[in-house]
Design a protein around this ligand. Structure first.
Ligand code: SGN
Ligand code: CA
Length: 475
């Protein structure tokens, strides 16, 4: 251990699924610079987003609170940026702080970044080419490719720092978000056939109607902007779906290739300046993404590919190399954990569990906070008018996942007057890791489901959220 306060460099991407990271066993690409962070520190095997959507996840990461506490439930609920964040707390403790890249938490007074010495952020979703940036000095356009420009600006800020006070940098990329526009150098890098996931032809046979109604199918819902080329004539339906998958993945993975380069540049900067060992270097994404899994792209739904976040972290000064952390952690836990790393007391309202002692302890007994039994999830948007994903909440343990689609949309953003009956899904992640068989109404799982309903209800209450008015309380 050391008395020295670590620097913190959090590289966050947008929609980067763990199964397109080498360290997570990707079969579709390689990410050597990302993997190196995990090899030099920790790979988290079970990190989850508590609301798998961009703005809500970012708000949870910053404030260490759930969506119903920080108010950012959906993409159309801008943040109250005066809330305490781990960054504002670090700054108050003497850290130099900056954010560069995608913010997507609203614009204008009260919503622009607060708690940063320097902020330089993309407008709204941001652009891949010649992106516009907003800073305290106003709006400007930066020529170039977003992933490279954001990295340049971040390293320029690091270069500008003098003295020994620690720093905290949020380097938040747009990539690999839709519409998946690669850097010119990586056009064509993935033109060889990309393996189609086993669940690509999921027929949704036992799933809820809520799930089936969502429109994010590779076969049906990718548009001309996404595909960038006309669909070749004469293909069968199955061939066309696979052609679209290939087109989608070529661009998505090429965007990831630039992200890997960016991570390599940050790593090199830290090494060249002798700061790698004294920096908590984190790589993560705001949530996961469907890469043709279950026939989909996008996220929102509580299935594994969307729920799971890659999380790789190194800090050689205090965290042993080559660790795998398999306990359940969430994006809400980041704020507390990073503050502990910096020796700063977290703000009272911060929720989640401090996982820092899990990483630095010499044995398993050093964290006085027991591992989480499960994680509570809530996706609040009720039909965004595009992907039509229904609001739901759920609970995931190491073995099971229970999901409740309440479906009447009471008081929810985007709710239409059309209502559907509430629906449950339950997956046994050991017997059915691909989540293909909903066993919510299988008599063999009656007792398990009842127990999970109670656990979910308790977890919901523990974080200060309430059941939807339509939900029957567990017996
Ligand atoms: C855009 C995308 C959607 C995506 C949302 C949310 N459509 O609206 O596909 O789900 O962003 O993404 S696009 O055609 O405009 O690209 S998030 O990362 O901000 O949550
Ligand atoms: Ca996102």
């Amino acid at each position: 251990m050391t008395d020295r306060r670590p620097n913190i460099a959090m590289i966050l991407t947008d929609d980067h699924a763990a199964h397109s990271v080498g360290a997570y066993g990707s079969v579709v690409n390689e990410t050597p610079h990302l993997d190196a962070i995990g090899a030099r520190g920790v790979r988290f095997g079970n990190c989850f987003a508590t609301n798998a959507l961009c703005a809500p996840s970012r708000a949870s990461i910053l404030t260490g609170t759930y969506s119903h506490v920080n108010g950012v439930r959906t993409l159309s609920t801008p943040i109250d940026a005066s809330q305490p964040t781990f960054v504002s707390q670090l700054r108050a403790a003497g850290y130099r702080t900056a954010i560069v890249g995608k913010w997507h938490l609203g614009e204008g007074p009260g919503h622009d970044p607060e708690g940063f010495d320097s902020w330089d952020v993309l407008i709204d979703q941001g652009e891949y080419h010649d992106p516009r940036f907003l800073s305290a000095d106003g709006l400007r356009t930066e020529p170039g490719y977003a992933t490279e420009v954001i990295t340049d600006l971040a390293l320029r800020w690091l270069d500008s720092l003098d003295g020994d006070d620690p720093w905290c940098l949020l380097l938040w990329h747009k990539a690999p978000h839709r519409p998946w526009e690669p850097a010119p150098a990586y056009q064509g890098k993935y033109s060889a056939p990309i393996p189609v996931p086993e669940t690509f032809t999921d027929d949704y046979a036992t799933r809820s109607e809520s799930t089936r109604r969502s429109t994010m199918r590779v076969a049906d819902d990718l548009n001309a902007t996404d595909l960038k080329q006309p669909v070749p004539p004469g293909l069968s339906a199955d061939e066309e779906a696979r052609w679209k998958y290939q087109r989608y993945m070529e661009d998505y993975l090429a965007c990831v290739a630039s992200v890997d380069d960016s991570v390599g540049r940050v790593t090199a900067w830290l090494e060249e300046h002798g700061q790698y060992d004294d920096t908590v270097l984190m790589y993560t994404s705001d949530q996961g993404f469907f890469l043709g899994d279950h026939g989909w792209y996008d996220k929102r739904l509580m299935y594994e590919e969307s729920l799971r976040m890659p999380l790789l972290l190194s800090y050689p000064r205090a965290v042993g190399a080559g660790q795998v952390h398999d306990g359940i952690v969430t994006n809400v836990d980041f704020a507390r954990s990073l503050l502990t790393a910096a020796g700063v007391e977290p703000h009272d309202r911060m929720q989640g569990r401090d996982f820092w002692p899990d990483l630095t302890g010499t044995d398993q007994g050093t964290n006085s906070v027991p591992p989480a039994d499960g994680m509570y999830y809530r996706y609040w948007e009720h039909d965004d008018g595009n992907h039509h994903a229904a609001a739901h909440y759920g609970y995931r343990t190491d073995r099971y996942k229970l999901i409740y689609f309440y479906n009447d949309g009471l008081g929810l953003p985007g709710a239409s007057s059309v209502t559907y009956p509430p629906e449950w899904e339950l997956y046994d992640l050991v017997a059915d890791p691909q989540e293909l068989t909903n066993v919510a109404d299988d008599p063999a799982y009656t007792a398990i489901r009842r127990d999970l309903e109670v656990q979910m209800w308790k977890a919901q209450a523990a974080v200060g959220d309430e059941p939807h008015p339509g939900q029957p309380l567990p017996q």
